[in-house]
Design a protein around this ligand. Sequence first.
Ligand code: BDR
Ligand code: CA
Length: 311
Amino acid sequence: MAQKIIIDTDPGQDDAVAILLALASPELEVLGITAVAGNVPLALTARNARMVLELAGHTEVPVYAGCDRPLRHTLVTAEHVHGRTGLDGPDLPDPQMPLSEGHAVDFLIDTLRSEPEGSVTLCPLGPLTNVAKALTRAPDIGPRIARIVLMGGAYFEVGNITPAAEFNIYVDPEAADIVFKSGVPLTVLPLDCTHKALVTSPRNEAFRALGTPVGIAVAQMTDFFERFDREKYGSDGAPLHDPCVIAWLLRPGLFTGREINVEVETVSDLTRGMTVADWWGVTDRPANALFIGGIDADGFFALLTERLARL
Ligand code: BDR
Ligand code: CA
């Protein structure tokens, strides 16, 4: 039986590739997509999610709009990385499919209450506002969640939006704090892992060579997205952060990590949103997350290319 997932997301080119990977994978059943404000404002993330579903021919998957701002802070966006629309690169048409009625937080709560306990995995790919709101408003859903597998945080790689913090956690650290303290089993794909999943030129040409609308659009997305990382890190291509979440569900053996304690800094102006990861076990704080550090990047890109070819 396919594993049921809900993707909570702020597309984002790498979010888009993650959604495509999930849709292309028969091991997974995408119950819905919940949009959150992050890389760009909510109206655009909710729009971009539907454009990706239409590109993949999967308009049966509902898209719900969620929170338009973090729990406490003003929204910080990342047009400098993702472009004005959040999905700059390919020339995709405006979506025809409507948003589903209702708020994403209600969809999360209702779905987790109605599906069998322990059968639904949440896959957050953006700031954790929707997930934290659902957990706060309906604490009974916590024990019903099979696992939360999220992209966010960093330890050895430190920050990409500030010297100390990764973007998704930085945008809504209070929400991240709620999720990391929730007691729900967590898998965290931080920059330590995702910065090793680089779309080098040969890997991007493999997407383009699929010759399909999906393959070509993905190549165009990463063409756009990579200019930022080339300039900033001097790396050979962009890190495909968010697809690592879906790939971990499909092939956990491609990844290595440790069960450790991770806490989120919410108070300090200097290090707000930092994920303080006890990688070396120097505290006696209990482990609350599987924190991923390593990835077989060739295996990851082989899986991704093979799956995108199916759409
Ligand atoms: C994360 O931030 C966003 O820009 C990406 O989509 C990814 O989820 C990387 O820090
Ligand atoms: Ca994202």
